[in-house]
Design a protein. Structure first.
Length: 284
């Protein structure tokens, strides 16, 4: 819903690029998008319930799209989207994937629901798109990937969006270790994460208390968090080097600043997006 409403923003600088998110909404909500006044009402309602979430989703979508395009331009020929959910990059950015295999990983029920909704979409899709069904812990992830044509010695770009904060801490490091062992040298992973304070309830950052309460209500409490100044060392222990680590201020300035120099809207104050490069890999 955040992405779908964000795609209707009149100011292109603050617009979410996911024009396909509306496909996954119930009919009543799709009708809401046709009325600009109702869409603006929805934005205000979102920001009261979970302050910063709507803006963070726009910044996250833009940033991850940009880094994905950069990686493909730099020669990456495989992309793996972990916990893909309703991600639409294989369709929105289909032209960029002309010579790139893209693997979407998620649980079978989610993938089945997604593919039913995409039946309404008649635009281009990446020719190399493959769906990989795994359980929540991804225990057999690379076995399934290889069965679908994944090549472990090739440099690969992994996108891990909206997942880490719900993992056990050990599952975070185990997944990084699996990525390092199962991909070629120079492979990279792009992921978002929450601060430890937001997860343990001690943070007063913008939206922290509200998001913790909201996900608890949904039955998916937060589990993993790390402070941004600790992330580099945490990645090093898993065989990665930190490439970038954007926080709320940088995300707002890059992706949320409005026209005519107006101050950007405020995303989550406790959410960060990191890119890390493997120091080893299957071809090392």
């Amino acid at each position: 819903m955040w992405r779908a409403v964000g795609a209707t923003e009149p100011d292109p600088r603050g617009r979410n690029p996911d024009r396909l998110a509306r496909l996954f909404l119930p009919p009543t909500y799709r009708l809401l998008l046709l009325n600009p006044r109702l869409a603006r009402w929805a934005i205000r309602r979102f920001d009261r319930r979970v302050p910063g979430g709507y803006c963070f989703e726009t910044a996250r979508t833009k940033h991850m799209d940009l880094l994905l395009r950069d990686q493909i331009a730099a020669g990456v020929s495989q992309v793996v989207i972990l916990g893909a959910g309703y991600d639409t990059r294989a369709h929105r950015l289909a032209a960029a994937f002309e010579d790139t295999a893209i693997f979407e990983v998620d649980m079978p029920a989610i993938q089945e629901r997604k593919r039913r909704r995409l039946a309404r979409y008649d635009g281009p899709s990446a020719s190399g798109l493959r769906y990989i069904a795994v359980d929540r812990d991804h225990r057999d992830l690379f076995e399934r990937l290889v069965e679908a044509g994944y090549e472990g010695r090739r440099r690969t770009f992994f996108i891990w969006s909206g997942v880490t904060m719900y993992l056990r801490p050990s599952a975070f490091t185990e997944t990084l270790a699996d990525i390092r062992r199962g991909s070629g040298a120079g492979s990279a992973v792009l992921f978002d994460y929450f601060s430890a304070g937001a997860v343990n309830g001690t943070s007063d950052a913008h939206g922290a208390r509200q998001i913790a309460r909201r996900v608890e209500e949904l039955g998916e409490p937060l589990s993993f968090g790390a402070e941004p100044d600790e992330m580099g060392a945490l990645l090093e222990r898993s065989g990665f080097e930190l490439v970038s680590n954007l926080g709320p201020e940088e995300l707002a300035e890059r992706y949320l600043r409005r026209a005519r120099g107006r101050s950007p809207k405020q995303p989550f104050g406790f959410a960060f997006i990191a890119e890390a490069r493997s120091r080893g890999g299957a071809s090392a």
